[in-house]
Design a protein around this ligand. Structure first.
Ligand SMILES: [Zn+2]
Length: 70
């Protein structure tokens, strides 16, 4: 049982699970070629498969601070 306080907007199920996209599916900061991407955490409905929410694990990697590049 996961406690997200959310229900699936498609089927109203509250049986939500969590998964992680890593490897080739990692989201890369745009223009930051030499920076590692961030894994994506997805909250999915275990009943119909709808993805309720996707988040990157390390959002600070996407802060656009050009002066500190490399
Ligand atoms: Zn659902």
């Amino acid at each position: 049982m996961f406690e997200y306080g959310k229900v699936c907007p498609k089927c109203n199920s509250n049986q939500l699970g969590e998964g992680t996209l890593t490897g080739h599916a990692a989201l890369m900061p745009k223009g930051k070629i030499f920076v590692m991407g961030s894994p994506i955490t997805a909250t999915v409905c275990t009943r119909c498969g709808h993805i309720i929410e996707m988040k990157v694990k390390d959002p600070e990697k996407f802060i656009n601070k050009k002066k500190n590049m490399l």
